[in-house]
Design a protein around this ligand. Structure first.
Ligand code: S3P
Length: 161
């Protein structure tokens, strides 16, 4: 039973692509951030504020470790592919797609999002630096890279399907 993991920077479209892909492939869909929020009964900014980022990162790893064994689609949070342990779990249990969007497209989507603490606390320059730093890890994690620039969500979904 293999899973499909979607990885990539905040705002690259993991959640929206994942949801539509789940209709196309008739597989259940899970949004990691939403699952963690549900389990903890707290928003992501609240978790960051109360317990710190490291705590949130540990929740992500716990989620991957303990997640049920079923074929499904999982939209990961933008930081998940940074940990080697997470990359190993995902590689062992599924197929990983990196949604590769341009920084400008991403920035437009995340700049005013109060639900993303990292976007909130960083300048544009810092986010751009983080974007280029993290790309290496998304590429390293993924089996397949999907360019999303100039592609509609439907085209991205069809490509993955
Ligand atoms: C994060 C991305 C967010 C969320 C948290 C941290 C990150 O998920 O997990 O705010 O470090 O890039 P999205 O990629 O769904 O925005």
């Amino acid at each position: 039973m293999r899973k499909i993991y979607l990885v990539g920077f905040m705002g690259c479209g993991k959640s929206v692509v994942g949801r539509q892909l789940s209709y196309a492939l008739r597989l259940p869909f899970y949004d990691m951030d939403k699952e963690i929020v549900r389990q903890q009964g707290m928003s992501i900014p609240e978790i960051f504020e109360k317990f710190g980022e490291e705590y949130f990162r540990n929740l992500e790893t716990e989620f991957l470790k303990n997640f049920r064994d079923e074929a499904c689609i999982i939209a990961t949070g933008g930081g998940v592919a940074m940990r080697q342990e997470n990359r190993q779990i995902m590689r062992r249990t599924g197929l990983i797609f990196f949604l590769d969007a341009s920084f400008e497209d991403i920035y437009k989507r995340i700049k005013n999002d109060k639900n993303r603490p990292i976007a909130q606390r960083s300048t544009k320059k810092e986010l751009e630096r983080l974007y280029y730093y993290r790309r290496k890890f998304y590429k390293r994690a993924a089996h397949i890279r999907v360019f999303t620039k100039d592609r509609t969500i439907r085209q991205v979904v069809n490509y993955i399907a």
